[in-house]
Design a protein. Sequence first.
Length: 295
Amino acid sequence: MRRILIFFIFLFSITISSQELNCKVSINFDQVQGSNRQVFTTLETSILEFVNQKKWTDKTVKAQERINCAINIIITKRDNNAFEGSIQIQSTRPVYGTSYETPILNIRDNDFNFKYNEFDQIIYNPTRFDSNLISTITFYVYLILGVDADTFAINGGDTFLKEAENVTLQAQQSGLSAWSNQVGVQNRFQIIDNLLSPGLKQFRTAMYNYHRKGFDVLAENKIKGKGAIENSVITLDRLYNKVIGNPLLRLFFDAKSDEIVNLYSDGPNTRSKQRLLVVLKKISPNNSSKWRKIN
């Protein structure tokens, strides 16, 4: 009996440690008036279980290897089972040899509306579009997985990003603007289309170099690591003006602008620092006030 019990505990430990994400989910509904507030709690729990309990890949993942991320939904309007609001996606990645978690994604998606009845099941079917809620959550899960994998190996996230592309293709039948090709808009279509574009592959290479050759080296050799980080950011200049609105540059700096500034809060100085400043001011002018903090 004791051996059987140990065996089942072992199987259970494999099950709970095999999922890929450690995701926090929160729903803010302060702006919504109404009597049934329980629906938001139910929805929050359903999304939490869907994201954290579903097996998204065929990889065996230890508990400590899960990707730390967060999904924050703000509901601004409700009409029976129709909801409108925004969704923010954040994810981080551990840095080798440190306790630091570097931000990978920090996306604010303001075009988020969906229909939901309390206790509706959230189940993803890759061959069809069922609801904007399911497709949006699934899209961002695969985006988290794909971009994270890109930081460990060049084009390491191909499989996951193509899954996100499939979600987009299925969701386009909904006619919703977030899934359509709108020039100059950072919506879901533009993000995945740009990430998988052969002409913009420099972005994914830069993500790898920034993290694997840069931040993962800092603990052992700060000058070498810092130099690699600078060079990876400088190469992003090649993407400037290639796409109207520069969704990939925005994707990068929405997550990385504060980190880059903090990196220069102390020494050592590197050869490419001044060149880096020139490039930062050019390709991310919206963060000019931050770049002025780099001495």
